[in-house]
Design a protein around this ligand. Structure first.
Ligand SMILES: Cc1cc2nc3c(=O)[nH]c(=O)nc-3n(C[C@H](O)[C@H](O)[C@H](O)COP(=O)(O)O)c2cc1C
Length: 392
């Protein structure tokens, strides 16, 4: 059977067959490596989309190895996603000679928060255990070379490895735009507000991803249907890609009909065979209804959509304000470690979007791609003409 045709400007600019990009999803708790590793990224690229590695938690050496692994699995274009939060751009601490080591974050954490987190663990019957020192988040800066910043050290690898596409999930690409453009690397920047959209477009983004609140992981407050046209108007002629709630050809077709050049898709690929997350977390997504996700600052300090669980409920009812990104992760590090040690994996982070309610089968990424492309091509190529009468 002939392959369906579904092309937009995005395909021409990135050298891909279909306007679908795998969201560069980072790690969920309990797994060191990201959800979007080389296996998933390569599977999406091989199926005609753009696979994007979730690069945020990799050290430069690990990132280099994972990029090389993608190349061993596909000869198609792919991307790397990093977070360019200002927290990650500032060089940290003084060099010890071997590299920069941030102070143990627990030293800076408010007593009230530490006590509250211990109480939540007690209330949930979780024996308290301190996480080993070597498990400190990479965000604490343990591997940052002298004179470097967190994202800067990763970016050197992106350039050195001639990664075909760069994506930033947070922050403006401005500090790196010049060097990326000099190397001919297109920049994709994710935003959840019109203000951020204007910032990243001014900062050098070649494509802006308008991510609505439906999305899994870090997310904003505006729905995709409301955000997409506002971002398009704010950044034109820079093209906009839609994200948040795109887990079907129907949603992709809708976004393209609205003027998006493609879809940036996360949750739908969380239930792919290649997604790197524990079976329990995949199963909880497969079992979920659309109402089963909540937005919480528990895990990172920033608003993040997750499948709800009693730990999130306890945090939300504690009345505590979350700490800033970086510190909040440090605050709950021992708690998450204790949960994992106690085998209470149902309490671990399980980021997923509102489309969880329609994700009912675990499949290879290739099938997810084929269904999405087939359905969108059918709608845009045939159904619309049969269902809609319109003229101007
Ligand atoms: C488990 C998970 C991890 C994520 N990690 C990242 C990340 O590291 N960087 C990033 O840019 N976006 C990340 N996101 C957000 C996605 O990039 C994307 O915007 C979102 O999944 C799109 O909405 P959808 O889930 O409805 O498809 C993550 C999302 C999930 C579900």
């Amino acid at each position: 059977m002939a392959r369906p045709v579904l092309r937009t400007e995005l395909c021409d600019r990135l050298g891909i067959e279909y306007p679908i990009i795998l969201a560069g999803m980072g790690p969920v708790a309990g797994v060191g490596a990201p959800v979007a590793t080389a296996d998933l990224a390569a599977a999406v690229s091989n199926a005609g989309g753009l696979g994007v590695l979730g690069g945020v938690a990799y050290s430069p050496d690990a990132l280099r190895a994972e990029i090389q692994k993608v190349r061993s699995l596909t000869d198609k274009p792919f991307g790397v996603d990093l977070l360019l939060s200002p927290n990650f751009l500032v060089p940290r601490g003084k060099s010890s000679g071997k590299g920069t080591r941030a102070p143990r974050p627990a030293q800076k954490l408010p007593e009230e928060h530490l006590r509250a987190v211990r109480k939540i663990a007690d209330d949930l019957g979780i024996p308290w255990k301190e996480a080993p020192r070597e498990m400190e988040s990479t965000a604490a800066g343990s591997w940052i070379p002298e004179g470097q910043s967190y994202a800067g050290a990763q970016m050197e690898v992106v350039i050195e490895q001639e990664v075909p596409v760069f994506a930033s999930g947070l922050g403006s690409p401005e500090p790196f735009a010049k060097v990326l453009k000099a190397h001919g690397v297109p920049i994709i920047s994710l935003v959840g507000t019109v203000r951020a959209a204007k910032q990243v477009a001014a900062g050098g983004a070649d494509f802006v991803v308008a991510q609505g609140t439906e999305a899994g992981g870090h997310t904003g407050r505006i729905g995709t249907l409301a955000l997409l046209p506002q971002v398009m108007d704010a950044v034109a002629p820079v093209p906009t890609i839609a994200a948040g709630g795109i887990a079907s050809g129907r949603a992709l077709a809708g976004a393209i009909a609205m003027g998006a050049v493609g879809g940036w898709v996360g949750s739908a690929f969380l239930v792919s065979e290649e997604a790197n997350q524990p079976d329990l977390q995949k199963q909880r997504i497969l079992d979920a209804e659309a109402e089963d996700t909540v937005v919480t600052r528990l895990y990172s300090g920033k608003t993040m959509r997750n499948i709800s669980n009693p730990l999130i409920e306890a945090w939300e009812s504690s009345g505590l304000h979350a700490l800033p990104m970086g510190l909040q992760g440090a605050l709950i590090r021992d708690l998450q470690y204790s949960i994992a040690e106690a085998g209470r994996n149902e309490l671990l982070m399980n980021a997923a979007g509102q489309t969880a309610g329609m994700l009912k089968t675990l499949r290879p990424a290739k099938e997810i791609m084929a269904d999405m492309v087939g359905e969108a091509a059918e709608i845009l190529g045939r159904d619309l003409a049969a269902r809609v009468t319109a003229s101007v």
